[in-house]
Ligand binder design. Structure first.
Ligand code: SAM
Ligand code: GPP
Ligand code: MG
Length: 292
């Protein structure tokens, strides 16, 4: 196939990156193995690369003096991350067993497994990382749901899915790696009319003025390009995705960050998230839109 190559040692077909930037992002996620992600995933086998929402259960955590405290803290952070994915799935509308849902930027596939477990549907994911696609497909096979949960290495701006194929699609903390107009044009193509698009994302707040130093720090840390809230809404309506629900999750995600900042699994980015959420320059939002 032109402009493509097969790598050795992996079962997935790996297209050449669409740009040097996408090559960098593929490498970033191929090399990622942070304990804050792997040890949380090990709690119940759902591996996430997104953040948490909801109040911390201090009774479940118990005393910091307890020798089992760190294990409980990891379980609590993971519970909050899974609660975030549950909220996203809540917004997908009524999905049937015969439906297909698309996860754009699927990471290690935790949200797709949850979607299948909840709806019985088929979940198709794309990621730039061959390691993540292999990991997702391996997990799905281990769970005996390999025929329903499937990831492939693919640019989310040019997917192989048929026009109108998906009843729902989403980006869970993956839209800051792409141009939003190109992204929503592709979701709009893949979704059936009446289908549902959902994103949970961090965005800079136009009321603050411009991206703050904390937002710039987050961009540098993850090699991403955080968009403004205004850009999201404009790019959606320009692409037949009409926002139906917007939830500011900033207050709901702060407890996760404050707890994470006390753990041994810190990565150094905690301060930037906490400070930018507190100074109002950055927001954690869910936007659910109808494909009209
Ligand atoms: C922060 S992770 C989020 C993973 C997942 N949505 C979750 O909630 O666990 C970002 C993901 O976006 C993917 N990504 C970034 N740019 C992409 C692109 N152009 N096409 C496909 N995937 C992309 C990365 O490969 C990675 O899997
Ligand atoms: C809300 C924003 C701006 C997100 C940026 C995208 C991103 C890297 C999300 C979390 O991934 P992760 O779970 O791999 O990160 P970490 O290792 O920090 O937990
Ligand atoms: Mg994480």
């Amino acid at each position: 196939m032109p402009n493509s190559e097969l790598t050795t040692g992996t079962s997935v077909f790996i297209p050449a990156p669409a740009s040097p930037y996408q090559g960098d992002i593929a490498r970033y996620w191929d090399e990622e193995a942070r304990p804050v992600n792997l040890r949380l995933g090990d709690v119940d086998g759902l591996y996430h690369h997104h953040y948490g929402i909801g109040d911390v259960d201090h009774d479940a955590l118990g005393s910091t003096a307890d020798s089992a405290y760190e294990k409980k803290l990891i379980a609590e952070l993971h519970r909050l991350e899974s609660a975030q994915a549950e909220l996203l799935l809540d917004q997908l509308g009524s999905i049937g067993r015969d439906d297909t849902v698309v996860d754009a930027g699927c990471g290690r596939g935790g949200s797709m497994v949850m979607a299948h477990q909840r709806f019985g549907c088929r979940a198709e994911g794309v990621t730039l990382s061959a390691k993540q696609a292999d990991f997702t497909n391996g997990r799905a096979r281990e769970l005996g749901i390999g025929d329903h949960v499937h990831a492939q290495v693919c640019n989310m701006l040019a997917t192989p899915f048929a026009t109108g194929q998906a009843a729902a699609s989403w980006n869970n903390e993956s839209s800051m790696y792409v141009d939003l107009h190109d992204l929503f044009a592709e979701h709009s193509r893949v979704l059936s009319v009446g289908g549902r698009y959902v994103t949970i994302t961090g965005c800079w707040n136009p009321r603050y003025g411009q991206p703050s130093k904390w937002v710039s720090q987050i961009n540098a840390h993850f090699e991403c390009n955080i968009h403004s809230r205004r850009e999201y809404l404009k790019a959606m309506v320009d692409n037949r995705l009409v926002p139906q629900t917007i939830i500011d999750l900033t207050p709901a995600t702060l407890p996760y960050w404050e707890l994470r900042a006390t753990s041994s699994l810190v990565t150094g980015i905690e301060e930037a998230f906490i400070n930018s959420y507190k100074d109002g320059s950055f927001q954690y939002v869910l936007i659910a839109a109808d494909r009209i």
